[in-house]
Design a protein. Sequence first.
Length: 608
Amino acid sequence: MCGIVAYIGQRDACPILLEGLKRLEYRGYDSAGIVVNRGGALLMQRAVGRISALEQKLDARMSGPNAGMAHTRWATHGAPTELNAHPHFGDGKRLALVHNGIIENYRVLKTFLEAKGVTMESDTDTEVLAQLVGHFYEGSLGDAVRQALREVRGTFGIAVMHANEPDVIVAARRGSPLIVGIGKDEYLVASDAAAIVQHTTQAIYLSDNEVAVVSRNGFHTTTLDAAPVSKKVEELEMTLEQIELGGHSHFMMKEIFEQPDSIRTCMRGRIDHDTGRVVLGGLTSVNKELLHTKRIILTGCGTAWHAALIGEYLIEDLARIPCEVEYASEFRYRNPILEDNTAVVAISQSGETADTLAALREARDKGALALGIVNVVGSTIARETDAGVYLHVGPEIGVASTKAFTGQVTVLAMLAAYLGRRRHLSAGECNEFLTSLDGITDSIKRALESDGAARRVAEEFQDAGNWLYLGRGAQYPVALEGALKLKEISYIHAEGLPAAEMKHGPIALINPGMPVVIIVPRGHWYEKTLGNIEEVRSRGGRIIAVATEGDRQIAKMAEHVLYVPDVPEALQPLVTVVPLQLLAYHAAVARGCDVDKPRNLAKSVTVE
């Protein structure tokens, strides 16, 4: 969602803030703004559109050693206009505030403030919060922030400045990530480590309902009730090289081609062939509970939900434990039945997805064992689970998830083997599966060789308005993921279906010339899926097949074939998804779309 970066120190704040905003562009935004404290006055500029538009509006008055804050906004309350962009003023324009999240009771607070004579300039909930902090300001910004936030319902990650306190920035969070970076005689506040990693690798992570008062000389943290909180300084698990393009045209393409290495890193140190076991250190503390688990619920949103569907197949097949998959956005509003010995696994790349976090909290409140599978170290889901597993696939900048998806499937495969070995799998059976998993990186590398063919297909069908993606078994979630990728970045309507369900209604959509992607590797479902291909062909659909290398039969039935190497059926999704990622990428490029920053989307959805 939105991005925050703030700086206080001896260097010129503006270049640091602008650079930080550019590092956060991948999160999605429609406007940007910056404010600095110069000589006891707050100077602000805001712009609609890209950060470059904001940069052109800055002038020499805003330069010099100072404190400052910057923000990229993804509209929730109010249209993307300059007046609605952050920062927002309060206290007669002597206070400035930037905010990620949603203030749910802003209407009540707005009515209260307007009764006090406060006039609002924007349509946002954020300005209401800025004015509320200003209302409580009596000489201590930290006290004013704490007092205001005790009146607030909703989510927030905020940074606040006041002209009367030029050497202070106050940061606070509830439900929206915020970190404080510790440099040499300088401090940075950000919603994402990518914004500050060039300047420091030392940081603290704020927890919910914590406030940090940051000055040039240090910082201290408290609760909203002003109780002191001791924070551990942690090393950021990110390097500058990881968040740069490295010769690629887009981050999405870079991350697609990083998958052999990212999956290798994900598995490193976790497979013990000597004992035929998986070593997941993050689950050690809950080994006993997992041994007695009778039911597993996997929950996530979007791509993470698709990975969970594949995980359901793996866990039931290898561990023989009943497994269900729930949309986190639905689970959080239900009254789910969670019996004893139920484990709920929350899956999220960012570890901050609001719906997934709410589902996790619902599960914990009902007494379930709460586990997490996340990529971002120190994220909220990672801190609130009983135990969990990090993906360790490196930062993912492209909004459309690629390497995080294959990382999630890989972790779920290891989790399935981990549970299966503790129940009924022999060492030999488990080791056979793990050996195949260990070799999947080479297979992914070979699947990437379909890049040229995927580009040609994308260019041929770039003007088609509707696509179908079909798969059976574990290839059905792959079909969903392939369709999602095409929708996300090329804005082409696409639908993923179980191939067997096509004849129960959706077959009416097929007309001459319609591209239909069918995932048909050799295996249990092969012959049945060939029958679906014939059904599509007879109605004039154009067949694009994802098939096993050496399959000559499919070449006679499909107009285009994207080949992947032959791997065990349980692991096929890790290779069949790769051509679909490439297909979506090349379709977006051919249509002139902004691949890494698709419209209306954000990398981390931290509001409902």
